[in-house]
Design a protein around this ligand. Structure first.
Ligand SMILES: NCc1[nH]cc(CCC(=O)O)c1CC(=O)O
Length: 310
């Protein structure tokens, strides 16, 4: 009798993600017992007092929302960790590996709740703390003021009505969909004008590299097309040396046996934006991601990113 312990952050979204993965797993492996274990993260504990950058700096791995999960996995306290792929640093953690990405991928798009891009009044206040969202929103609506908000999705949504109200908030369709509150969405932003974060909407299933028994058990899971798309987007981000909070957007789509990747880098004030696209074979997503990154660099992405890191 095999027992597999699955680690999860405490939030409703994190637990919904674990359920989303576990449902099909329990059906496929009825002889395996899957258990959920909640592990608190620094990012969850410190949210009220510290800025996201401070939280990230305090966490050994540099990732506020995945460091403790990964340490619990390495220590054998859990056997699998389910992450939002976009929250996982591109740099691999020694001793851990990510399994092929499961499908289907949730909606990759960002959304506005409270207003649409065109209904936002001049000078409106929009809640978001993510550099990519701030930059891309300013590129489309330079008059808008962004207000840094953090925390779980439901309280962020609550900022539309509650104290310190904002006119709208920018969120991921995937998070709202998984929480069953997609009805709050006012507008889905077009991937062409508002490209999502690399890996958005996808889950990262992480295991110990040395856990051969589990790796063998789970060898057949994953959707090759979703996996390839996420790899292309993430390798583009990695080649740009971008972390999880840089203004880099990416979107890969497959058609037949080829993959199309579009990448965007935007300055924080929204005034400069470079884009590049390329096609490549489905079985070389890393090559495609690197090719688009090189093209973005040629068009000035390095200058934009250097200005932000400085
Ligand atoms: N950084 C927070 C985060 N991490 C994953 C999601 C949900 C979207 C996804 O799974 O890609 C969210 C919320 C948001 O960005 O609105």
């Amino acid at each position: 009798m095999t027992t597999v312990i699955v680690g999860s952050r405490a939030s409703r979204l994190a637990r919904a993600q674990v359920r989303e993965w576990l449902g099909p797993m329990r059906e496929r492996f009825p002889h395996v017992t899957f258990r959920q274990r909640v592990i608190l993260e620094g990012g969850d504990e410190d949210r009220r007092t510290a800025s996201l950058a401070e939280v990230a700096a305090k966490t050994e791995s540099g990732s506020a929302f995945s460091g403790k999960q990964q340490r619990a996995l390495l220590a054998g306290q859990v056997d699998v960790v389910v992450h939002s792929f976009k929250d996982l640093p591109t740099e691999p953690t020694p001793g851990l590996m990510v399994l092929p990405v499961p499908g289907p991928r949730e909606d990759v798009r960002d959304v506005l709740c409270g207003h649409t891009l065109t209904s936002l009044p001049p000078g409106a206040r929009v809640g978001t703390g993510a550099q990519r969202r701030i930059a891309q929103l300013r590129a489309l609506r330079p008059d808008v003021v962004t207000v840094p908000i953090r925390g779980n999705v439901p309280p962020r949504l609550g900022r539309i009505k509650g104290p310190g109200a904002v006119d709208a908030v920018l969120l991921a369709a995937a998070g709202l969909g998984r929480l069953g509150i997609g009805a709050e969405i006012s507008e889905h932003l077009d991937v062409a004008t508002f490209p999502p974060s690399p890996g958005q909407g996808a889950l990262a299933i992480q295991v110990r590299t040395e856990d051969e028994h589990l790796r063998e058990l789970l060898a057949g899971i994953g959707d090759p097309i979703v996996d390839s798309a996420v790899r292309a987007e993430r390798s583009m981000l990695e080649a740009l040396h971008g972390g999880c909070s840089v203004p880099v957007g990416a979107h890969a789509t497959a058609s037949g046996d080829s993959m199309h990747l579009s990448g965007t880098v935007t300055s924080l004030d929204g005034k400069e934006q470079v884009r590049a696209t390329a096609n490549g074979p489905l079985d070389d997503p890393e090559g495609l991601g690197q090719a688009v990154a090189v093209e973005l660099m040629k068009r000035g992405a390095d200058g934009i990113l250097a200005g932000i890191r400085a």
